[in-house]
Design a protein around this ligand. Sequence first.
Ligand code: CA
Length: 479
Amino acid sequence: MKFVTVLILFVFGTMLSAAERPNFLIIMADDLGYGDVGFNGCEDIPTPNLDELAAGGLICTSAYVAHPVCGPSRAALLTGRSPHAIGGQFNIPYFNHHLGVSLDEKFLSKALQESGYFTGLLGKWHLGEGEPFLPNQRGFDEFYGHLGGGHKYFPDKYWPIYERLKAAGETKIPPNTTPQLRNGKEARETEYLTDAFSREAVDFIEKASEKEQPFFLFLSYNAPHAPIEAKRDDIEKMAHIADEKRRVYGAMVHCLDYGVKRVVDSLKSTGLYENTLIIFLSDNGGIARHGASNMPLKGGKRDVEEGGYRVPMFFHWAGKIPSGGVFEHPVLTMDFYPTLAKLAGTSLPKEKVLDGKDIWSDLLAGRNPHQDELICAISHGPNSTGVGARLNDWKVVRSLGKDQTWSLYHLNKDRGERKDLSAQYPAQKKKLVRLAERWARTHVRPRWFYQEADAATWEKNSNPYFEGTFDLNEDKKTR
Ligand code: CA
């Protein structure tokens, strides 16, 4: 056994040569529904380039983000921590430059940067607007994008509004209207934003190809997050979609898809394709009223049903991951940090706490990396707490909203959460609710709220109100 240990240390230790260290490209869509990509069965929105990559890699059908909204989900990916463990349960409110993810949490980007990676973030940030929470300070050598949770797509439309507000002395210009930033400096963008971020990704990859270092690129498209705005020629290509909202939404997704082709083509032309691990995913579920579909899953963004936080995802690495694979076991975005750090030979400080795990060997072997582990999502509303808790094939759900009750589903047979089995399996339901409660009791108080005023409401309403939420005897009677 000693030999095995030594061998593992040698392979994964910090002694990997530059040529052996893989490049990482994470492509994240924003509010993209589970059922909005061809590789998950979507039939009306063409995503041929994502589908081709997915087919050439490993499609993860049970991939979970840590929270069904943007900020907490992204914080979890970059810190490897549950947002509830670091006080990041809510999106960071705008115009609060003193707020950001705790500096005690070293981001994955920082760990990779310190171990010699050339790092970039392109697109949406949403993890702090002020010093020292900005992308360049959290481990990204290059940043081009915006700091808020969403952005208008057409510069020729948002720029005049921005100029007018600025000239009027407005100090709180909506973050979805402000200029894109390039490493802290305002940039005069001219292209539709999805095209702009695809262009920037190609530039980044070309720059990376001239360096000795491996790269880590987080391509964080804001599409297809609201506002639902697409280019006319893309909308025309979606003429077969009758619903107008979905037609425009579909055009946004389609634009992202051919942007990904540009990026992959640049990997190929620079010779970096073979040694690049590409991970594609969405940061949370889609919003049906914006045109998204999470089918066959129930619920969407903000919800604790599967449609809220089970997201489209695949891993692609030519030559390392066999093509045509489907991985049905759970994968967490909190697993990315330890998994990528290990692949990079990046040593992490002993005190670094991680809530996910290195899943690489399980991914390749088709083993469940999270057997017998509780996978939980908690979503706080002003007057209620939604909870989804999965253990192997079973899941209990208490929907977000007032007067909800606990339901039990067998996810392996019913991933759409249609048939409540509470009555047949009361002990199973109780077991999962108790496990979820035990986990919820470890949460720290949120370090910020969507709005500053919510802090007072939180106390006034005795939130997070776990007493009532987890009290099965109080089912139906609690708020
Ligand atoms: Ca989102």
